[in-house]
Design a protein around this ligand. Sequence first.
Ligand SMILES: Nc1ncnc2c1ncn2[C@@H]1O[C@H](COP(=O)(O)OP(=O)(O)OP(=O)(O)O)[C@@H](O)[C@H]1O
Ligand SMILES: N[C@@H](CCO)C(=O)O
Length: 324
Amino acid sequence: MAVYTSITTEELTLLLTDFNLGTLVSYQGIEGGIENTNYFVTLNKDDAIHDYVLTIFEELSLEEMPFFVELGQWLAARNIAVPYAIKDQNGIALKQLKGKPALLQPRFFGADVPATQLKATHCFQIGEALAKFHEAGADFYLTRQAHRGVFWWRRESEAISHLLDAQDSALLKQEVRAFDQLRDAKLNLPMGVIHGDLFHDNALFKDDALVAILDMYNAATAYQLYDLAIVANDWCCNTDCTLDPIREKALLEGYASIRAFTDDEAMAWPVLTRTAAMRFWLSRLIPWLGIAQASRQGGAMKLKDPNQYKQILLSRIKTPAVLR
Ligand SMILES: Nc1ncnc2c1ncn2[C@@H]1O[C@H](COP(=O)(O)OP(=O)(O)OP(=O)(O)O)[C@@H](O)[C@H]1O
Ligand SMILES: N[C@@H](CCO)C(=O)O
């Protein structure tokens, strides 16, 4: 169940009075999300219908929100098709519902492409869009340490190791070390704001054309190439967890058509594709193993299969990725 926080018409109407965007026609909870509660909200202003999405944040605190509010507005102002928090009549975008952070954002129309239907054209377009996202975000004035980044995976890989068999535990630790070695090598790896979770279900397409990138709540300051590795592992993955060279080539070409890779990035790519696989293996393992997530206040969580990401990691080790 994706709607963790239920709201009443009265609560929504009260929130909307701050905005002057029109009167409430309807609202409906969106199924499918994992981390947040989302509603489609339809308003009528001067006899015209306008659609919005209301997001209520289940995990992020109010203190963490300004980075995301500012980022959405920053990217949208630079023509990146992402949702952004609309400011109310007093210039305030960050609202609260039931004591949780809440944002009202424009709604995009499109649908995500199911994994089995992803083609080279989708991968080329998402590569291009990600490079534009990175370029627009390169001089974003706020920074953020990823909450599931290097410090998290160092800590969590230790914390769960007693629940894993010796082989898995060693594999996890090996990948944590490989990333530490990469960092120590001080390579020329461009950094900036990254999306952090650009899986295919976070992109909307219409008639095979990319419409928008959603769900930026894992955004952080990190290596741009690591973000591309997250995309590659998801968008170019076959059902048997090997990687499709045709889709991966299209993804990399799309990205490079906007931003050329550095020589050091070509060196780092095989490791970063492994790091990105390890990160999602670990983040899926934790709830899978029944470890309580302290930040979550109830609500049944939809579990994703950690083994898929272990297999992707093994594929990346067996056949090291090539950037160019
Ligand atoms: N601005 C928007 N325009 C159109 N649809 C949206 C918008 N924001 C969210 N949605 C819809 O809501 C769904 C869930 O949103 P989102 O991915 O942000 O939530 P989430 O709980 O973080 O999910 P997950 O963790 O699974 O990615 C999206 O897949 C999309 O269908
Ligand atoms: N995209 C993540 C879940 C949401 O962060 C995963 O597939 O594990």
